[in-house]
Design a protein. Structure first.
Length: 457
């Protein structure tokens, strides 16, 4: 038997694969090991405190240790720790959670389909879209349109909808028929002094051109996050979704809103769809659905889609799709309790109360020589790091400015989500105004250190 290394860090290096990371660097440097959480703070194995400006992976909405949810999980495990919802069986908490989700849905929705992750919710939605168009007698409607730089998950279908080149590189993805329209980042992609409305019109025209080139009769659905998260926390420019939705309606294309990040108060409404007036046919959600404490996702579908799905299940004999842990009693019990907590604390009201502090503190950083722009809404947003503010010119990648900012932030007890040239923020939805100011203070120290290093080199 091989001898295992005795330190936890060495054991990690010897045994774990870390998603979305350079494997060689991880082998050489090892991880930061988090051992404890309290509110919006986490602590590593040396006891160092970090303010988590990204809520982990946009998900720990109630912070990093919630005893009330732990008790619910424990009680549910003792009561009935597992029972599925396949075929003719069900369980209490899955039923109650589905009903609650339909009650708070951003637009009228008919049914809820549970999975265990955001990726699976979007993957499921792809199948449902295809089932739907088959049921409508239009099986040629197969193509799915996502957006460049968007992220919808890591399963093969969800990666295909995603517009991230690194996820497609030499992987055989995206699958045929998965197309991508433009990246709606006004700051980075505006042309020749166009206004935001003009930019949005160009984005919509470009989507329409793609649909016409492909043949509208072959396009099944369009996917979008209300605020594009892993694409850089990009807030949609003025008029964007109004113009995009007009194109979708013109060609009768289904719209799936990916609320995996934006759901549950993140944008200052219960749903990003409400903040940006989206009228989706399906909504995928996860993450803050269980405050990030249990792996659960849900896909809501409207009556139009459900009727199509039913027709198809009649044709095939049943709906040939499902996951063993979908609607799991423990995950649904924890999600149900999470939604209760959101009601009690008025999560939407709280986000709206602290939003002015968040926006003011982050906008003030636009005065920093490294920062070109801040754009945010509710408790989500991003700073764009630039070398030249007037030209909006980024630092060359070899300077690794963004990496330096991340490392300096860790030094000052702050965990940041860095995406390209952007610093994205999605702190836990329980963050207070004072904690937001503390987050900005630590960030400013990191930016100052980085600027000093950049000037020296
Ligand atoms: C918008 C969006 N959709 C889907 C996913 C995938 O969710 P999961 O990692 O739970 O599969 C993510 C993950 O960050 C996401 O941000």
């Amino acid at each position: 038997m091989t001898q295992l290394p005795n330190s936890l860090r060495a054991l990690d290096q010897a045994s774990l694969i870390h998603p979305q990371s350079n494997l060689r660097t991880r082998l050489e440097e090892g991880p930061t090991i988090m051992t404890r959480g309290n509110g919006i703070f986490v602590y590593d194995d040396a006891g160092k405190e970090y303010l988590e400006a990204a809520a982990g992976l946009w998900c720990a909405s109630l912070g990093f240790g919630v005893e009330r949810l732990a008790k619910v999980a424990y009680d549910q495990m003792c009561k009935v720790g597992y029972y599925h919802i396949y075929r003719d069986t069900s369980n209490e908490t899955a039923i109650e959670l589905a009903a609650k989700l339909l009650e708070i849905a951003p637009v009228p929705m008919s049914k809820v389909f549970f999975q265990c992750s955001g990726s699976e919710a979007n993957d499921t939605a792809v199948k449902i879209v295809w089932y739907y168009w088959h049921a409508m007698g239009k099986p040629e409607r197969k193509k799915i349109i996502g957006r460049l730089h968007a992220y919808h998950g890591s399963t093969c279908a969800a990666s295909s909808i995603s517009g991230k080149p690194d996820m497609h590189f030499e992987s055989g993805l995206p699958f045929n028929g998965f197309l991508h329209t433009e990246y709606p980042n006004y700051y980075r992609c505006q042309q020749g002094g166009e206004s935001e409305e003009e930019f949005s019109s160009r984005m919509a025209a470009s989507l329409e051109q793609l649909i016409l080139e492909e043949g509208p009769e072959t396009v099944a659905a369009f996917w979008a996050e209300p605020v594009m998260g892993a694409g850089g926390a990009v807030i949609p420019p003025a008029g964007y979704f109004e113009k995009i939705q007009a194109v979708l309606q013109k060609y009768d294309i289904l719209f799936v809103a990916d609320e995996v990040i934006c759901g549950f108060g993140r944008t200052g409404n219960m749903w990003g769809s409400q903040t940006f007036s989206l009228k989706p046919d399906m909504v995928s959600c996860a993450k803050a659905l269980s405050a990030g404490l249990q792996p659960i996702s849900a896909l809501m579908l409207n009556e139009r889609v459900f009727q199509g799905l039913m027709t198809q299940s009649d044709k095939v004999g049943h709906l040939a799709h499902g996951y063993t842990y979908a609607g799991h009693p423990v995950t649904t019990a924890v999600a149900l309790e999470t939604l209760k907590i959101y009601d009690e604390m008025d999560v939407v009201g709280h986000v709206r109360n602290v939003e002015p502090t968040f926006v003011a503190e982050m906008t003030a950083l636009e005065d920093h020589p490294l920062i070109g722009e801040f754009r945010g809404i509710g408790l989500i947003g991003a700073l764009e790091v630039v070398k030249d503010k007037t030209a909006r010119e980024p630092y060359p990648s070899e300077t690794n400015v963004i990496g330096l900012i991340g490392a300096n932030a860790r030094k000052h007890g702050l965990i940041l989500r860095l995406i390209g040239n952007r610093i994205a923020f999605s702190p836990p939805q329980i963050i207070s105004s004072a904690e937001i100011s503390e987050m900005a203070k630590r960030l400013k120290l990191a930016l100052d250190d980085t600027y000093t290093q950049v000037r020296v080199n």
